[in-house]
Design a binder for this molecule. Sequence first.
Ligand SMILES: [Fe+2]
Length: 245
Amino acid sequence: MLTLFRSKPEPLSFESLGTDIHAHLLPGLDNGAADISEAVLLASGLRDLGFKHLFCTPHISKSLPGNTPDTVLAVFEAFRKGLSAAGITIELSLAAEYLLDEGFEELLEANSLLSLPGKRLLVELQPNRAEVDLRTLLFNLRIKEYLPVLAHPERYHFLPNYKKVIAKWHERGYEMQVDILSLTGYHGSETRATALWMLKNDLVSSLASNVHNRKELELLNRSFESSKVREAVRKIGEKGGNLTV
Ligand SMILES: [Fe+2]
């Protein structure tokens, strides 16, 4: 009888999210996949979880001077070939996750940023960055017509008054990407609580795997055990999925 009143079935895959906009799949570039076999395993795992399109988003920061658009593109092309040799079919694209550090302004000036569709730029904060610098950087991004997508703001407890800051970013039209594993408690209870607060207040634009290794892939596989994950996937799915808000 109860089932008569249940409006929609619980999502048990990430299919309704469509695109994974944050994943450290490219082998050997950062703290993501260690080698091509792990990279192939992660991509096929994300496909099996329902994602239709994967963005490879290696870290780009001053501390990783080897990660330039040219070098990451070369690894991306090799990875694409490796996937196809392994018989894995999935749409694959290249973007990046930019740390808003002292080197970022230079990259912005050079206009050689690897962005997501709609000139969305996935950015993460440097913990010791002064708030005023941050405001200027995000503002400068808008001047160049990039749309900032804040990577996992639910984890930015180092910012004073972080909830107010997140709400302000949302008011300014910036997009907010929450890590799926934040909802399971993988990043701690405060992060989980902030992610749930963001969901409740419609501050979440997208849910991403931000996967780095096989352990996190296993946790993503088990994440549907959490009713909060199912609820979040349903909510973003009902808005049309990632990249559509
Ligand atoms: Fe990341």
